[in-house]
Design a binder for this molecule. Structure first.
Ligand code: NAD
Ligand code: UDP
Length: 322
């Protein structure tokens, strides 16, 4: 069993919590660093006590913008709010988190010679003019829009990572993560999955932005975590797209949720937010060829698990939803 120390920044968040648990289960000593802006220890659920009594899981309440000295073997750098509602709440903080926070973590990686994986995003492609999006597409990003603190922040984070690699031989991995969903998303994070499912469960109309024809490609969180492991363990620095390449429109998503809940759902149209990408689907050629990555979980199965999670979060039992 390995006793490598792995730092996960943003470890108490949605993706981070799944990643920390998988690392823990694989025998690593896990440092879960988080400022608890959108993450929470409750994301570890019934495993919390086991983690805390194990002697190889530690919470570090810390903001990645501030300096820190840690001895680690590997770093998964995820700290950054991911939902538009959260990252637009304090855009200056978001860009600082992406730029200063990533610079700090690259500094830790340089000093300790730890391999570092940066959680970048499909948002670096902006509102893409190339479809599906391959890694060599440079993107179509508005530098001064309401999404820029996140998109441009992640683009600078990638630049920093690559420059630390070129200049200081830091061992980097860059994952471009596409829309991911699953248990541990927060109820109020404003993303389409959490909004639609919670609205449906509360018998509220589903808020469809624009005409609902815009598309996304949704990846279940266990597939994403699998991809992150493969990228970290592999030899390719990236960037590599990770996600699921089954593309659907928001109206299709409504129909999928209707099918699972077995009842029609009301919809309410809302204006399309500024710079909302029209289409998004990862080109997964590199991930398949270089990492042997293949998403396994169908949208139907993933949605069922996610609906079950939100039912628990909202205190709703099966009989009252139908
Ligand atoms: P999340 O908001 O659930 O998790 C982010 C975590 O980072 C939270 O626990 C939050 O408290 C923490 N955090 C935020 N700012 C911090 C700071 N300054 N210092 C320390 N901790 C801080 O989001 P998520 O969906 O789990 O996303 C995790 C990472 O994956 C993010 O970097 C995000 O950009 C990236 N990503 C996610 C998706 C997705 O669909 N979920 C898509 C693309 C990229
Ligand atoms: N969306 C929607 N209704 C909602 C929330 C989001 O129609 O209540 C749309 C949004 O306009 C976007 C898509 O769903 O086109 C995905 O939005 P999300 O915020 O989940 O992720 P992102 O835009 O970052 O891909």
């Amino acid at each position: 069993m390995s006793r490598e120390v792995v730092l996960v920044t943003g470890g108490a968040g949605f993706i981070g919590s799944h990643l920390c648990l998988r690392l823990f289960d694989d025998g690593y000593h896990v440092l879960c660093l988080d400022n608890f802006f959108t993450g929470r220890p409750e994301n570890f659920g019934e495993r919390y006590r086991e983690l805390m009594s194990s002697g190889r899981f530690e919470f570090i309440r810390h903001d990645v913008i501030e300096p820190i000295t840690l001895e680690v073997n590997r770093i998964f750098h995820l700290a950054c709010p991911a939902s538009p509602v959260h990252y637009q709440q304090n855009p200056v903080k978001t860009i600082k988190t992406n730029v200063i926070g990533t610079w700090r973590m690259l500094g830790v990686a340089k000093r300790t010679r730890a391999r570092i994986l940066l959680a970048s995003t499909s948002e670096v492609y902006g509102d893409p003019e190339v479809h599906p999006q391959p890694e060599d597409y440079w993107g179509h990003v508005n530098p001064i829009g309401i999404r820029s603190c996140y998109d441009e922040g992640k683009r600078v984070a990638e630049t920093l990572a690559v420059d630390y690699h070129r200049q200081d031989k830091v061992d980097i991995r860059i994952a471009r993560i596409f829309n991911t969903y699953g248990p541990n998303m927060s109820v109020d994070d404003g993303r389409v999955m959490s909004n639609f499912i919670c609205q449906a469960l509360r018998n509220e109309p589903l808020t469809v932005y624009g005409n609902g024809g815009q598309t996304r490609s949704f990846c279940y969180v266990s597939d994403l975590v699998d991809g992150l492991f493969k990228l970290m363990d592999g030899q390719h620095p990236g960037p590599i797209n990770l996600g699921n390449d089954k593309e659907i429109s928001m109206l299709d998503l409504v129909m999928c949720i209707e099918k699972i809940l077995g009842r029609p759902l009301k919809m309410e149209n809302k204006p399309l937010p500024q710079d909302d990408p029209v289409r998004r689907r990862p080109d997964l050629t590199k991930a398949r060829q270089l990492l042997n990555y293949e998403p396994q979980v169908s949208l139907d199965d993933g949605l069922r698990n996610t609906i079950a999670y939100f039912m628990k979060e909202l205190g709703i039992n099966a009989e009252t939803t139908g």
